[in-house]
Design a protein around this ligand. Structure first.
Ligand code: NAD
Length: 499
């Protein structure tokens, strides 16, 4: 793969976009343009969908066991190349190499899960649902599926989608974020090396033009999306109106409730990692702390001490704890939101607005920022900041904390820190959020569970990977059978059959 220009990947080989349009790919640590990406035109996407459609009959007819063996080889190759992929992700995203490596591992776990597909595709069977009548169900592929992914996890989020879809017998067209295109291309090369037939996985870097073609293409049966809420809603509405099944994961505003009985040192460590890891550019980042009762003063003081100690630097520098944010406009938006917090009366405990990293003056850095005395009317509470900004709100009771979370339009992740089993159990039961941590600040489910939020964090019904991923990428068929040679069976009548 050329390091200068990231091409398309269609029908098992690199392919050139016909749009003539290119996007710049930046190293956010330095602000330099490190390569360009070809942006697929509608016609290029049509070509990729045609390749996926042509590959579908052969792949569908490949037994689940054979598909699983190719996935296993792909997993092995991903393990062998995980440093290279983490390096690419770190370079184009800006996150630290160690953080990128962790996210590559979490992605590989989805391939591991999908390799169990012969077992996952077993349907149900019931004998004698009526006299001499049996019923069984089949999980069959949807057809050509497509995925559209965000910038913040260049390896992991695409891996939430295509290994499961492909394991289930579908073919796939992936539209990665144009900001971080290289990892998707590299994974497509590795999957081919593992034995994946041409056309089963295609990659079309691009922007809205490419996405709109996928949403409107009559040969695409299912769309998986991960990104911001306004785009998720648009994807859901457009694809659903075109008769496709859709799972569209959106943005987040994840709250952590800290009760007065929490282990404060443990909690502070967990919150620091969850708030500032990956410069806050994780959909499961904890961006909001709800301090209950008298714990607030101690908590804010210790959070401040730890946040000040975070080393900000280039993603590639081994000593960095935290890298830059993705782009100059995104940095400016974060700084403007911090300005608004100050103007609207929050107490700015640590100010990351003027962060500079020596030797990387062109990089897009925002230092760890901490606000106290935030209220729900302020923009820093209402907006998803998606940067290294942690806000603290103070309430008197668990009831108030839970009501605040349940009123928030987002419902991706949340956490509670407490020593009380009763409080944790009540929280787990009553909170209106899709992923819940109990003394766990980033409750990202393992690959054999499903990942997804509620409310404005998910448009659609089924979450990603785990069994919900398998159900999303398959259509259920129920078969009722009887064998007329059996004595005494009638062939039926005009009356609605009952067993
Ligand atoms: P984004 O919505 O800007 O872009 C996501 C994808 O959609 C990209 O591939 C992009 O090219 C495409 N896109 C952008 N605008 C479009 C438009 N108008 N029409 C069609 N396609 C369009 O998101 P991002 O900035 O890349 O990622 C950050 C966002 O993703 C945050 O809001 C974050 O919370 C969210 N996210 C959510 C999850 C989750 O699991 N819920 C996971 C990761 C990221």
């Amino acid at each position: 793969m050329s390091k200068q220009t990231v091409p398309l990947w269609v029908n098992g080989q690199t392919d050139a976009a016909t749009s003539g349009r290119m996007g710049d790919v930046y190293d956010p640590s330095s602000g330099a343009v490190i390569r360009q990406v070809q942006l697929a035109s509608a016609g290029d996407v049509d070509r990729a969908v045609a390749a996926a459609k042509a590959a579908l009959p052969g792949w569908k007819a490949t037994t689940p066991l054979r598909r699983s063996r190719i996935l296993t080889r792909f997993r092995e190759l991903m393990e062998q190349h995980r440093h290279e992929l983490a390096q690419l992700a770190s370079e184009e995203h800006g996150k630290t190499f160690a953080d990128a490596l962790g996210s590559v591992q979490r992605g590989i776990e989805v391939i591991e899960f999908a390799s169990g597909v012969p077992h996952l595709l077993k349907g149900e069977h019931a004998e004698d649902v009526g006299r001499g009548v049996d019923c069984h169900s089949l999980l069959q592929p949807v057809g050509v599926c497509a995925g559209v992914t965000p910038f913040n996890f260049p390896v992991m989020v695409p891996l939430w989608m295509f290994p499961v879809a492909i394991a289930c017998g579908n073919t796939f067209v992936l539209k990665p974020s144009e900001k971080v295109p290289s990892c998707s291309l590299r994974m497509a090369e590795l999957f081919k090396q593992a034995g994946l037939p041409d056309g089963v996985l295609n990659v079309v870097p691009g922007d809205k033009e490419a996405v709109d073609m996928l949403l409107n293409h009559p040969d695409v049966g299912a769309i998986s999306f991960v990104g911001s809420t306004p785009v998720a809603k648009y994807i859901y509405q457009t694809a659903a109106a075109n008769g496709k099944r859709v799972q569209a994961l959106g943005g987040a505003k994840n709250h952590a409730v800290v009760l007065p009985d929490a282990d404060v040192d443990f909690t502070v460590d967990a919150l620091i990692g969850a708030a500032y890891g990956s410069a806050g550019e994780r959909c499961m980042a904890i961006s909001t702390v709800v301090a209950v009762g008298e714990v607030a003063d101690t908590l804010v003081a210790r959070l401040a001490d730890k946040a000040k100690a975070i080393k900000v630097g280039a993603g590639s520098a081994r000593e960095s704890d935290m890298g830059p944010v993705i782009s100059a406009p995104h940095r400016d938006r974060i700084v403007a939101l911090i300005d608004s917090g100050v103007a609207q009366g929050a107490r700015l405990v640590i100010d990351g607005r003027r962060m500079k990293v020596a030797g990387h003056e062109g990089g897009y850095y925002v230092g760890p920022t901490l606000f106290d005395q935030v209220t729900t009317e302020m923009d820093i509470y209402r907006e998803e900041i998606f940067g290294p900004v942690l806000i603290v709100l103070r309430v008197d009771t668990l009831d108030e904390a839970m009501a605040m979370i349940n009123r928030n339009p987002y419902g991706n992740g949340t956490a509670i820190f407490t020593r009380s089993g009763a409080a944790a159990r009540r929280f787990e039961n009553e909170i209106e959020v899709g992923m819940v941590g109990i003394n766990a600040s980033i409750p990202v489910p393992m690959a054999f569970f499903s990942f997804g939020g509620w409310k404005a964090s998910l448009f659609g019904d089924l979450h990603m990977h785990g069994m919900e991923g398998v159900y999303f990428y398959t259509r259920t068929k129920a078969v009722t059978s009887r064998w007329p040679s059996e004595p005494g069976l009638s062939g039926g009548s005009l009356v609605m059959p009952t067993m």
